[in-house]
Design a protein around this ligand. Sequence first.
Ligand code: NAI
Ligand SMILES: CCCCCC(=O)/C=C/[C@H]1C=CC(=O)[C@@H]1CCCCCCC(=O)O
Length: 177
Amino acid sequence: MVNNAGVNNEKDWEKTINVNLTSVIRGTYIGLEHMSKKNGGQGGVIINISSLAGLTPAAYQPVYSASKHGVIGFTRSIAALASIGNYGVRINTVCPAFVDTPLLETIEKEENMGEFYQYKDKLKDMMKCYGVLDPSLIAKGMVSLIEDESSNGAVMKITTSRGIHFEDFGAHQTTKI
Ligand SMILES: NC(=O)C1=CN([C@@H]2O[C@H](COP(=O)(O)OP(=O)(O)OC[C@H]3O[C@@H](n4cnc5c(N)ncnc54)[C@H](O)[C@@H]3O)[C@@H](O)[C@H]2O)C=CC1
Ligand SMILES: CCCCCC(=O)/C=C/[C@H]1C=CC(=O)[C@@H]1CCCCCCC(=O)O
């Protein structure tokens, strides 16, 4: 199961929280209800799509960034629970930098950017500086997470400079108790 739906809307920021975070939480719980071996399910893999903006501050997209930080916190927490509870379900998150999809067109719209519309050129400069990923690399990262049976609670990052790699949380990697 992939919880992928997302919006970039700082003007209607409650919608951003609802679509980017609340629906990921709801989707994950529904997925677990059907997939968890504790409920007679067959197990499986859930991937929740976050963003690099879920790991760094994003000055012109504060609520988008907050929603994506939430996705990472929720996913890592529920992944720890799934492991402790032997659900047979692995849950991971993917954090791409800019990707060439229609979402990027929202930068040009006041109805999406709201008061941050004035900074649209700065976002465009960031895209020029960091580059824009082809969606096929995100698909590749997702397939590797599905195939790697050891991955649970992983935070995969995908950037033009480093390709597919992982966030290292050090001592905070897993719940110990
Ligand atoms: N394009 C980018 O630069 C990046 C995108 N992401 C994330 O990747 C995911 C996919 O986005 P993209 O393909 O880039 O954008 P997109 O705008 O092309 O696709 C978003 C999808 O979400 C769906 N969606 C939006 N609101 C919905 C709702 N209320 N109910 C059901 N579906 C809804 C849309 O129908 C659309 O299919 C999102 O979570 C986004 O935040 C993460 C990092 C970078
Ligand atoms: C702009 C609307 C769509 C947002 C899509 C998205 O999630 C992009 C997030 C970026 C916006 C601000 C950020 O800080 C995010 C990441 C910027 C890329 C950083 C790349 C770093 C590197 O290549 O090492």
